[in-house]
Design a protein around this ligand. Sequence first.
Ligand SMILES: Cc1cc2nc3c(=O)[nH]c(=O)nc-3n(C[C@H](O)[C@H](O)[C@H](O)COP(=O)(O)OP(=O)(O)OC[C@H]3O[C@@H](n4cnc5c(N)ncnc54)[C@H](O)[C@@H]3O)c2cc1C
Length: 293
Amino acid sequence: MYKIKGYWDAHTVPEATELLAQNPQLRIIAGGTDVLIKMHHGQFAEAELLSIRGIKSLQSIRQSEDGTILIGALATFSQIFNDPVIQANIPVLGEAAISMGGPQIRNIATMGGNICNGATSADSASTLFALNASLRLESSAGERLVPIREFYLGPGKVDLKPGELLTEFVISAQEYQGFGGHYIKFATRKAMDIATLGVSAMCRVDGNTLAEVRIGLGVAGPTPLRCVEAEEFAQGQEITAATLAEIGKLAVKSTKARTSWRASKEYREHLVEELTQRALKTAIVRAGGEELA
Ligand SMILES: Cc1cc2nc3c(=O)[nH]c(=O)nc-3n(C[C@H](O)[C@H](O)[C@H](O)COP(=O)(O)OP(=O)(O)OC[C@H]3O[C@@H](n4cnc5c(N)ncnc54)[C@H](O)[C@@H]3O)c2cc1C
């Protein structure tokens, strides 16, 4: 049973930000796949909802002339997976998108909602971290662009100020051009399961050398994170099994995994070490490198 005290519908961004400015108690609802579950479980009692689903301008995925990819906050996971701009330029985000939920959830759940709920398990988050994506946040007072690595403040906490709406994800050309990437979701079921660990690896190669490596992890700490030490080590290293093994080991150092009913801390750390190497192996081939035996 849902206890909904009030319901507003916005059709443009200015309409939504104005409503938020006048009614700070409003809770934004996009696909509703998190909000409605929480309401069903008794959180957000007597909620007043502001639906942004009708804001058409937030549904698009486009590429500007300079190569920047702009993904509207309301783009659904099905849309992201099927989109030609994503498929041609950042297929690793498509891989993350198809790994989440099942078809019904992917058809309605938005990437904006996935990031704004602040969960470390969000399937899109580790790839958006690896892509150095930024978030455009708009309010009646103006807008700001925040790197996703600064947006997460803690478990379930994001840097969304009162009255702000996430309108789009911005990924500039230099963050994806020349990179190969691979996302691995480790879960106990093949579909409809929350990740035990999510690993997104991206890299550029120069012959048999790693020119740049980025590793984004989900569920390896209270928020999604990047494996900075492993990334710094990787730069300029020859592509060998020993290099990958060292990267896997160093990746664990960036984690703050914990034991939960899904997996122990030690098991998660083992997954980080192993899956980082596997994800990177595939990313290397996709970046034009040789396949490691
Ligand atoms: C059966 C089921 C399976 C699931 N499986 C997965 C899975 O495999 N992987 C995974 O990552 N998640 C999964 N989820 C969780 C959920 O579907 C995702 O997090 C989804 O992306 C949330 O998007 P939404 O549009 O439904 O968000 P909503 O529920 O509408 O909103 C989520 C939160 O974000 C806020 N919000 C939404 N949009 C904006 C915006 N534009 N600006 C500011 N705030 C905003 C809302 O106020 C709310 O706090 C699953 C959920 C269900 C019910």
